[in-house]
Design a binder for this molecule. Sequence first.
Ligand SMILES: [Zn+2]
Length: 309
Amino acid sequence: MNKWDWLSHSIMLRETMIDGYIVNVEPLRVGAGREPPLEALADLAVLRIRYGDVDLPYIPGSSLKGVFRSYATLLVRHSGLKACTGLSKEACGDVEKVDGNKKLNDYIDYLMRSGRGKDALKTFYEKACLMCKIFGSAHYMSKVSFSDAYPIDENGGVIDVKTGVRTGIAIDRRTGAVQPGALYKVEFVEPGARFKFSIHCKNLPNYALGMLSLVLRRMNEGLVKVGGFKSRGFGAVKVEGLRFRSRDFVKEQSLVMVALEPESDFEVDLSDLAEIKDGWIVAKGDRAWKVLDKLIGTWDRFVKSAKKS
Ligand SMILES: [Zn+2]
């Protein structure tokens, strides 16, 4: 196995699913745009989607992915490792130079066109930051996807969502003065709503799953918030009904998750926490959290050894 094999989208080494419910403990506001711009003080409704014959508030997968990526970026930088913002012009593919003075993106495109897929993977592995490898970039598909989170139960039945409206006063951020005619209304989801989420990972090494697990832990502790108005007491959530499932394709079925990246990843033995069901390693509830804790342990080890080298 090469260090960069897990970056391939054409071979399947592992599939991992983490799902459950995001339950908001503070008002939650996921709107169509960002927080209200100063000039356009239209009343702001929460984002809704048509489900059967009702319109339901929901959390788009893209919002959740953004929350995970930005907190993961903090974690990675805090560990002293490289992490770009992922924004165009700042992403590794735009900034990193290879083979003389070629942009990483252009060089990878050139290798792919020349039928040198393996060299492309190796170059991407060596030059891109961990965030681009896991969450993707303009030229590289993400290894992790987040479903839209709907207020529905295991059987697809709608879970009631209560919404409320608050009136805010718009302040000019530059001068600190109240804007003339500056009252606006913000709709939000009342605490206690349940949104079914699902995270699907392809080929992620144990340490990378550990990093995502750490973000989910922090989310459950209310430290990683979702949606807008975070600084005004909105957006804290907890995670309920957690379920972990994973299967490795590189070896015979067992409760051991193999190390997917030579020299950097670590094996994780789940014999005491999980069971095998329909070909998957499965753990639920408290046991699923303990599985995530074991994975977080490999993330800690990965950080320590990356610092040494
Ligand atoms: Zn990057």
